[in-house]
Design a protein around this ligand. Structure first.
Ligand code: AMP
Ligand code: GLY
Length: 433
């Protein structure tokens, strides 16, 4: 089976790594890919916004399964174009991708399907927002409706901050048309967990729950990022509690879409807040999380390609239950100076050659590029360094020791990934703040 993986981040490196291990795999292409994927699979420049160009690659390379990594092409309808042309595709069509592409639509779906979530209001102006705050309360999350690369959420502690954020989104258009509508949501307290499931139109099967760390600096301070590190399994959501969360938070959405004639095939990701009243959905994504994928896939004990093919073809129910390795994984993101506001680029990365020698470490590339005989930084998040171990503490030690052997100018990372789960320990030698 020839597989085309689309994207160029750490998530796609992890997908390419896991798919390449399948006994069923033939040729693997990851396009455009990065310096990490290019070491294990072919890749070449490809504009994912150009559906005709992607289709052309599929025909030329005799591709049997297309795996779409990032949200933008899913929201733009790439999966529909490819399916119409007769290809097997892992990833939902445009109609279903609105779950991620529009926070207002996502809230409508949650409300109509009875999914537990924060109370909210969708507004188009500062005046409407001021009215909504009267009944919502003043401590709110202010969210741009459309795609904003994980950065379109402002946590406002009072009315002034909330209305300021609304003004920036709807009047100053900080995120362009993504801010035309704004969702205001009550501020929930609790631990966050990412529940990522395969959905084949009907069957919903969860992978191991994980916890991301979205803030830039140690102690969950600083701006929101795409994610600075993650670990799995998340110890607070196992067994029956996970099953219940899947039944309450994921299954109703899949059923609701099916009733509306929308067939969901790919990954459905629920970002949950575990509140004292139980799980509440903060958001849906229609793709794998990054960097969650870099800890979830190393714990998937089985043939990932077989599971993805069954998901794309609607035959997931025929597979035995997913097996999760009884181990732990942790990944720490090494980011460029200036991330998330901007990103310094072109810095030579040292120490990659020996980094994954120990067998329990996996260095996934995100923003990297080969230049002459070196690998250089080429984005905000540069690497996701994953450690595996018999316990979270062991996985953490491997991840941080491996990270310590890698260097590039301006490298920044958090030193406290997984610290809350482990009772507050911080790795030494970082510069997280
Ligand atoms: P989202 O893109 O909707 O997941 O929001 C990004 C981040 O903002 C989440 O991962 C949370 O850390 C935070 N957040 C979003 N909504 C809420 C909420 N209602 N209450 C508390 N934190 C939130
Ligand atoms: N790590 C969060 C996301 O992928 O949206």
């Amino acid at each position: 089976m020839n597989v085309l993986i689309l994207g160029n981040g750490g998530r796609e490196h992890a997908l390419t790594w896991a798919i390449s291990r399948s006994p069923r795999v033939g040729n693997v292409i990851c396009a455009p890919g990065n310096a990490g994927t290019h070491r294990i699979a072919r890749g070449f420049p490809l504009d994912l916004a150009d559906a005709a160009a992607v289709l052309d690659v599929c025909r030329r390379e005799d591709v049997n399964l297309v795996v779409i990594g990032p949200e933008a092409p899913l929201v733009a309808g790439l999966a529909d174009t490819l399916r119409t042309a007769g290809l097997s595709v892992f990833g939902p069509g445009a109609e279903a991708a609105r779950l991620e592409g529009s926070k207002a639509f996502s809230k409508e779906m949650m409300e109509s399907e009875g999914v537990p979530t924060a109370r909210s209001a969708t507004v188009r102006s500062v005046a409407e927002a001021a009215k909504a705050l009267e009944w919502l309360g003043e401590r709110v999350a202010v969210k741009a409706d459309g795609l904003a690369a994980g950065k379109g959420v402002v946590m406002a502690s009072d009315r002034t901050q909330a209305l300021d954020a609304v003004r920036q989104f709807v009047e100053e258009r900080t995120f362009g048309s993504a801010g035309e509508r704004v969702v205001l949501e009550e501020w929930l307290e609790g631990e966050e967990v990412s529940v990522i499931a395969f959905v084949d139109g009907d069957e919903v099967r969860a992978l191991v729950p994980s916890q991301d760390h979205k803030r830039a600096y140690d102690g969950d301070r600083g701006p929101n990022t795409g994610g600075m590190g993650a670990y799995a399994p998340y110890p607070g959501l196992e067994g029956e509690a996970l099953e219940r969360a899947v039944q309450d938070c994921l299954v109703p959405i899949v059923r609701g879409l099916a009733r509306r004639g929308v067939d969901y095939r790919g990954v459905l990701y629920a970002g949950l807040m575990l509140t004292s009243d139980g799980p509440r959905v903060l958001e849906y994504n229609v793709r794998f999380g990054d960097p969650e994928t870099q800890v979830i896939l190393p714990l998937f004990d089985g043939d990932l390609l077989e599971a993805m093919e069954a998901t794309a073809n609607g035959t997931l129910a025929q597979l035995p239950p997913f097996r999760i390795a009884p181990r732990a994984a942790m990944t720490v993101v090494a980011a460029s100076a200036g991330y998330p506001a901007g990103a310094d680029q072109g810095r030579r990365i040292a120490g990659l050659d020996r980094a994954d020698d120990r067998g329990t470490a996996l260095v996934f590339h995100a923003g990297t590029e080969a230049r002459d005989d070196a690998i250089v930084t080429a984005g905000g998040r540069v690497l996701a360094v994953t450690g595996l171990g018999e316990s979270l503490a062991a996985a953490r030690q491997v991840a941080y020791e491996t990270l310590a052997s890698i260097h590039f100018d301006g490298m920044q990372h958090r030193t406290d990934i997984g610290a809350r789960a482990l009772g507050g320990v911080t790795a030494s030698g970082g510069n997280g703040g």
